[in-house]
Design a protein around this ligand. Structure first.
Ligand code: MF3
Ligand code: CO
Length: 260
């Protein structure tokens, strides 16, 4: 299908889908605390997306995924399936929200702290969010996709962390996962893909406190770190504009990190 360039009408629908995705994360934030189970978080998001937003939770039944959101706790990297296990103080949890509205997708995730984080967890989660923003800062017409992964890899260097390679950002629109793939590490694979106004894609770096290697749980979805180290992720849906980038899933009170 190739990379789609969204026209004005499609961009307007992407903006709406992005806003609803951001609103769902704003809504769920105060519910993320010790004692709540990840399936309770799923239920609350599901009901909000379907009833309040009149939208569709994109993960539900996507390639057989059984729930409406992904929840990935501690050493889980991504695609965690919500279940009965309750959050406890000191956990970190990525809540990944994807909605479809009027045929278009929004996709965004946050890693939350449950109670007080350890020094290691705070450093990892903050560094991962910096990586997202370092990637976003590369996005403008004329830049290459390669610049995004390269900048993230450069930024991670100062930490003893590793970048997950098996999962990447993606084009997004009428499809949940469209071309191109957005790698979060330096690679020549897509050096020739040049960003143009009207492209929409996600950046969603997954950073491990230990080694980069991944393992799948027997549920065939949940991806965990092979060495059981902590992993964090942050994701936004982006639009390439005439002179830069719009963050379509920006939350109302979100302030980009200062130390970049
Ligand atoms: N943001 C995630 C991604 O793009 C959402 C995955 S939903 C799932 O991979 F259903 F595929 F798990
Ligand atoms: Co995504």
């Amino acid at each position: 299908m190739g990379i789609t360039i969204k026209d004005k009408a499609a961009i307007e629908k992407m903006r709406v889908a992005g806003r609803l995705t951001a609103q769902t994360l704003e809504m769920i934030a105060p519910h993320v605390k010790a004692g709540v189970s990840t399936e309770q978080l799923d239920q609350i998001c599901h009901d909000y997306i379907v009833n309040d937003l009149q939208a569709i939770p994109a993960p539900l039944n996507y390639k057989g995924f059984p729930k409406s959101i992904c929840t990935s706790v501690n050493n889980q990297i991504c695609h965690g399936i919500p279940g009965p296990k309750k959050l406890k103080d000191g956990d970190i949890i990525n809540v990944d929200i994807s909605v479809i509205k009027d045929g278009y997708h929004g996709d965004s995730s946050i890693t939350f702290f449950v109670g007080e984080p350890s020094v290691l967890a705070k450093r990892l989660v903050d560094a991962t969010r910096e990586c997202l923003y370092v990637g976003i800062a590369q996005v403008k017409p004329g830049a290459s996709i390669k610049d995004i992964g390269k900048a993230i890899q450069e930024h991670v260097k100062q930490y003893n962390y590793s970048i997950v390679r098996e999962y990447c950002g993606h084009g997004i629109g009428e499809g949940f996962h469209e071309e191109p793939q957005i790698l979060h590490y330096e690679s020549n694979e897509q050096a020739d893909v040049i960003l143009k106004p009207g492209m929409c894609f996600t950046i969603e770096p997954m950073i491990n406190a230990g080694k980069r290697f991944v393992k799948h749980l027997p549920d065939n979805w949940t991806v965990v770190t092979k060495d059981r180290s902590l992993s964090a992720q942050w994701e936004h849906t982006l639009l390439v504009t005439d002179d830069g980038v719009d963050i379509l899933t920006l939350r109302e009170k979100e302030i980009p990190p200062e130390n970049l």
